[in-house]
Design a protein around this ligand. Structure first.
Ligand code: NAD
Length: 250
């Protein structure tokens, strides 16, 4: 494997201000890609872009946009394509949870999670896909979750959004397979990030007991899987779900 396998390529990573998205952005940059760092807030996207540019000057540019807003995302996509001239890799990683039992779930809890996790990925795909079709090459990787494969209590909204991503991925993969573009899903298990640090000790213990490899995942475990699916080596893989979960969902 070349350490610079993404030389002359451009990657867009959403939700790259922290956590898994930040690790993905840094990994793709370390392997030679230029990075559009997308986050909801300017300060978060700027922090990741600055960190990448400190290691490799001039390769990252920050963008602040809420992925759930269709028009704003089309504008951001146009800006990214104008700034970088192309897009080779799109990683739809931005996501949120609003966990509560279905009996208590509000309409807003449902809507905001679906709008962000599922529609957000559609919005960015819609904004970038035409450019990839023109290039006749591209990689789209959607970050789902074991929750979308297995269902988890308290996550009816989140599991629906993450399972929805899998159906969307397979449909779009079929639409553009003949154009040199692959679309795949990475489904992380329990990964140590801000999203999971808020869970109490009891929930963490319960989760650990369900993980065959007996440890929580690291953000780099997810970045490695994304990097593989984004690479030329994965050109014959499309419409697939790669669970990176220590065996949790098998
Ligand atoms: P995180 O909360 O640490 O980071 C999420 C990022 O998404 C943040 O930078 C946030 O600003 C951004 N974001 C949220 N809503 C946004 C919006 N509307 N517009 C733009 N950006 C927005 O979460 P994380 O743990 O790094 O998770 C990243 C992805 O991985 C999510 O899709 C999450 O569902 C998924 N995932 C995480 C785990 C885990 O254990 N941490 C497990 C399975 C799946």
């Amino acid at each position: 494997m070349s350490t610079k396998r993404f030389e002359n390529q451009v990657a867009v990573v959403t939700g790259a201000g922290r956590g898994i998205g930040e690790a993905i952005a840094k990994r793709l940059a370390a392997e030679g890609a230029k990075i559009a760092v997308v986050s909801r807030t300017e300060s978060n996207s700027a922090r990741t872009a600055d960190a990448i540019n400190a290691a490799t000057p001039g390769v990252a540019k920050p963008y602040a946009v809420d992925v759930s807003h269709f028009d704003a995302v089309q504008k951001a996509g146009d800006q990214i394509l104008a700034d970088f001239g192309r897009c080779d890799i799109l990683v739809n990683n931005a996501g949120i949870t609003r966990d509560t039992l279905a009996m208590r779930m509000s309409s807003d809890d449902w809507d905001v999670v679906l709008q962000t996790n599922l529609k957000g990925a559609f919005n960015f795909t819609r904004a970038i896909l035409r450019a990839m079709v023109k290039q006749r090459s591209g990689r789209i990787i959607n970050i789902s979750s074991v929750s979308g494969l297995m269902g988890l209590p308290g996550q009816a909204n989140y599991a629906a959004s993450k399972a929805g991503l899998i159906g969307m991925t397979k449909s779009i993969a079929r639409e553009i397979a003949s154009r040199g573009i692959t679309v795949n899903v990475v489904a992380p298990g329990f990964i140590e990030t801000d999203m999971t640090s808020v869970l109490n000790e009891e929930v963490r213990k319960g989760a650990l007991s369900q993980i065959p490899v007996a440890r929580f995942g690291a953000t780099d475990d997810i970045a490695a899987a994304v990097s593989f699916l984004a690479s030329a080596e994965a050109s014959y893989i499309s419409g697939q779900v790669l669970a990176v979960d220590g065996g949790m969902s098998m």
